[in-house]
Design a protein around this ligand. Structure first.
Ligand code: NDP
Ligand code: GDP
Length: 342
């Protein structure tokens, strides 16, 4: 019988790539969707026709229990979150509820549906395996570089703090109840499906608009911040591998290379045949109250234990995104519309 996976965050970037990957591995894939008229659901229906949908919200414990009861998954991937760092200052409480407490609610749904209590722990085979989408934002203020599984956390935003809560809770459910619950500490990963508010997509769309004469400038914040940027399609493979491992463990996933936002801009405008210095405007209003200056992964554990390697370089990723956005915009597509998922 096909293994069954339940994905929260199916309407997001990673949910879509993970669903495609699991379908290609022969899984029966279910996606949790929320809201009455969520426009992103039609995008999932169109692109991922083999994915079945179940209603639920990370804010609603009962809905998660019902979803787990209905789907009876072998694996749960918790990707749902408020994931945009600046929004986490504007809506800190909501971020704590969805990105942090949502992890508790999903773990509780699995615990209750599996009949696990404080006196009865999970017993090996047949138990639901759980993946938590942890983030390199938990490292925050630079303590050491590159950052590995053992690097201490010092989150710099309400988002990073909420992710740290979800991370420790996942570890705690593993230790308390013997659950197969793991976290992937993923560094930034991007694609042509990345939300338009994140810097890579903002830059690829900006370069594409300028190239096509649809805009004359691009306003950005801190150009000196450095990130370890990889390709989302590579990172969802790592999520799956973590749940196939013999023992439940946490892993850092990244490329081990770091680039500044300035280098990103240079590469993207270069791919569009433009000189970035003529178009990019630095806007103090786009700087953050507290910045994460430098992220760079040490993905050695994933390479050695899972055999995971990234396949797309930074330069290839940037070129892929710029090319995709030039195509999208020149065909009259709107990056904020449902139909625009390449
Ligand atoms: P996206 O922002 O693209 O997707 C977020 C998803 O969360 C959407 O599907 C959204 O669904 C869902 N969601 C929001 N609120 C709720 C809620 N109350 N209940 C259920 N679902 C909800 O994120 P990505 O795909 O980029 O990232 C996936 C996960 O990985 C996130 O948890 C993110 O924080 C984490 N992560 C991402 C990194 C990256 O670089 N991409 C790096 C490290 C971690 P809806 O359509 O209903 O709004
Ligand atoms: P994050 O690492 O999860 O916060 O991902 P983002 O893509 O949102 O931001 C990456 C880095 O780019 C951060 O250090 C931002 O401060 C920096 N940055 C500079 N200008 C911008 C901008 O206009 N938008 C965004 N989103 N980030 C910017």
């Amino acid at each position: 019988m096909a293994r069954r996976a339940l994905i929260t965050g199916i309407t997001g970037q990673d949910g879509s790539y993970l669903a495609e990957h699991l379908l290609s591995e022969g899984y029966e894939v279910w996606g949790l969707v929320r809201g009455q008229a969520n426009p992103r659901v039609s995008r999932v229906r169109k692109l991922l026709q083999d994915v079945q949908l179940v209603r639920g919200d990370l804010l609603d414990q009962g809905s998660l229990i019902s979803a787990v009861e209905k789907v009876q998954p072998d694996e749960v991937y918790n990707l749902g979150a408020i994931s945009f760092v600046p929004m986490s200052w504007e809506q800190a409480e909501l971020t704590a509820e969805v990105t942090g407490m949502g992890v508790l609610r999903m773990l509780e749904a699995i615990r209750v549906c599996s009949g696990i209590s404080s006196t009865r722990t999970a017993n090996g085979s047949g138990q639901i395996r759980f993946y938590q989408a942890s983030s390199s934002e938990m490292f925050g203020q630079v303590r050491e570089t590159p950052q590995a599984e053992t690097t201490p956390f010092h989150p710099r935003s309400p988002y990073g703090v909420a992710k740290a809560y979800g991370h420790f809770l996942t570890q705690n459910y593993r230790e308390s109840y013997g659950m197969f619950a793991v976290s992937g500490i993923l560094f930034n990963h991007e694609s042509p499906r990345r939300g338009a508010e994140f810097v890579t997509r903002k830059v690829s769309l900006g370069a594409a608009r300028i190239k096509l004469g649809l805009a004359s400038e691009l306003r950005l914040g801190n150009l000196e911040a450095r990130r370890d940027w990889g390709y989302a399609g590579d990172y969802v493979r790592a999520m799956h591998l973590m749940l196939q491992a013999e023992t439940p463990e946490d892993y850092v996933i990244g490329t081990g290379r770091t680039q500044s936002v300035r280098e990103l801009v240079e590469a993207a405008f270069g791919a569009a045949g433009l000189d970035w210095e003529q178009y990019v405007v630095c806007d103090q209003a786009l700087h953050r109250p507290a910045e994460v200056d430098l992220l760079c992964a040490d993905p050695k554990k994933a390479r050695v234990q899972l055999g995971w390697e990234p396949s797309v370089s930074f330069e290839e990723l940037v070129a892929m995104m710029v090319e995709s956005d030039i195509k999208l915009l020149s065909e009259g597509g709107d990056p904020d519309q449902d139909s625009s998922w390449p």
